[in-house]
Design a protein. Sequence first.
Length: 172
Amino acid sequence: MSKNEIQWYAAKVRYQIEKKVRTYLDEKEIEHFIPFRDVVVEHNGRRLKKNRPVLPGFIFLKADKKTALAVPVESNLKMSFIRNPETGLLITIPEKQMRDFMFVLDFSEDAIRLENKDLRRGDRVRVIKGDFVGIEGELVRIKGHKRVVVRLEGLFSLATTYIPPSFLERIE
């Protein structure tokens, strides 16, 4: 990997500053993914609609390493990039894996489940029919149903809703 290669990086940010980071990245025109969802909360007996991060404390940005590392310094916002615990190197996320992760997460709140990153590894599969066509991941069983898990190694796993076996093909 060259020093100027554009990569996806994951970072942790201080509690409730995801919107500030998003604003900064928008201003600098740095591609990023910080998923938000509208949720209804009760406050003083009133129901309010709030825009909250789906993955609190996490952001994803796409840049070369130098640009990525400059974001916390230049923005003066508290954030730390996630590193591989064994090598100490910044974790990078392959483009296809990140696109699949973004698609599944943005698809529908009811169509995914955020799963523990320690899911048992299964067969690598590609969805060939249905709403998730083109998504690649691991086949796992959750509550007795086959689901495809898109995993960001060391970070998260997202599981789709039930997918019929005929909608899947094994990746060798």
